[in-house]
Design a protein around this ligand. Sequence first.
Ligand SMILES: NC(=O)C1=CN([C@@H]2O[C@H](COP(=O)(O)OP(=O)(O)OC[C@H]3O[C@@H](n4cnc5c(N)ncnc54)[C@H](OP(=O)(O)O)[C@@H]3O)[C@@H](O)[C@H]2O)C=CC1
Ligand SMILES: O=C(O)[C@H](O)CS(=O)(=O)O
Length: 477
Amino acid sequence: MNKQLLKEQAYINGQWISADNTFEVDNPFDNGVIATVADCTAEHANQAIEAASKAFASWSRTTAKERSNLLLSWHSLIIDHADDLAEVLTIEQGKPLQEAKNEILYGASYIKWFAEEALRINGDLLPSPDGKKQIQIHKQPVGVVGIITPWNFPQAMIARKVAPAFAAGCTVVIKPASETPLSALAMAELAEQAGFPKGVINVVPSTASSDIGKALTSHPAVRKISFTGSTAVGKKLIAQSAENVQKVTMELGGNAPFIVFDDADLDEAVDGLMASKFRNSGQTCVCANRIFVHETLYDEFIKRLGNKVSDLKLGNGLTDGVQITPLINQKGIDKVFRLIKQATESGAEILAGGNISSEFKNIFEPTVLSKVDKDMEIACEEIFGPVVALIPFSDDNEVISAANNTSAGLASYAYTENRHRINRLVAELQYGMVGINTGMLSNEMAPFGGVKESGMGREGSKYGISDYLDIKYACIN
Ligand SMILES: NC(=O)C1=CN([C@@H]2O[C@H](COP(=O)(O)OP(=O)(O)OC[C@H]3O[C@@H](n4cnc5c(N)ncnc54)[C@H](OP(=O)(O)O)[C@@H]3O)[C@@H](O)[C@H]2O)C=CC1
Ligand SMILES: O=C(O)[C@H](O)CS(=O)(=O)O
């Protein structure tokens, strides 16, 4: 482990800062303590906001080329240190090392993408209706951005927010999840090495998340909040941000339907479900959450899925070949148990798993539930665990209506070869993202985001930078 990347202090105004109090970061696999980190207060957050605000004055005046080059330098350092960053990520979050490496590269892809997008923040020069004036359209950085990120993708969610912010000319104050602050601090270390001026990036790890959130949403210099996490917390932040009329980007909870129609390629559908469901042990906002299988395929689908599920390897994320790793904490384990209990008490059947591993205390067994009803809690909540909830269906109208019967609207998936049905699904599924014949749809060139209570704004793609820009109209006579 590259000790230079294992940082335990806050990063404020280009300085590594200790705090009066600290909190422990543990490895979810064995609950062993891996770091003792500065526990920042609202005062630290305000110091960081002041630093970011001061830095904004000069940073916002840098050229797009300068910002692009710094983003490319940061990208290169992340790639050079990808193995070390992946190890930091696995020991604090638990996911398999290969998945952690994939996350590092995925996060880096947003940095490279927005290094390029920085060079295309173009305005407009338009003729006025009376032909006498000139209409100028300018795009300017919004200002200081408050960023609050989750534990499930502790590096990529930072990259996906900070990259467009920097490209636009914004400065940032980041509050990472207290379960996983080390990846954020390692990113700050590499940003410092890349040459970002002091105050441009600030990281305030803290267990006082509500206090830090209030500091970020109440300070007039903070012009935008970008959050990924639960819908419940997202709603609180949206309400708090109203006080200063801050812009918000919200990537919230999901409840993805995964629909296998009667003409689906069964093996492709099983493989797509395995990829979507068991990545990060089911702890992603785009995981297949409700698995609708046409009644004519139901038994064969269960048989083929069961063969794949039984082959999954459980263990320590640092061990080569391990696929299923611990859930982030006891709260996550308790939630999965609660949802399975309510489902089985309501008639669902456990075909595989259903318990904590007998060998690894924090790992939940890959679980398959049959005869799930669309009204059970497990079909209405984001499971955030390695649990397949199978729901048989018979009719297109019925399954599209059931798929849309949720307040979430992030990702959705369907397997069918019928072109007319595909057109109907893309039009009628009420989600920000629709995957057809695939279980994996996230990449830096596509607009990631949801509708309804899954949030607002888009991350990545040519659309992702607009959330960090204000449009100014100048009328020149
Ligand atoms: N859409 C997604 O990608 C994610 C969805 N979720 C969903 O949320 C559920 C709970 O997960 P959990 O980790 O508790 O997610 P939370 O939404 O509670 O945490 C996400 C981030 O928000 C911070 N936070 C928590 N409360 C506040 C607050 N009042 N003001 C400001 N920031 C706050 C957390 O800090 P701290 O870590 O200190 O609590 C963390 O950094 C999961 O089971 C899952 O269903 C969770 C993570 C990601
Ligand atoms: O928050 C998440 O779960 C991630 O956004 C999922 S992905 O972008 O890695 O697919």
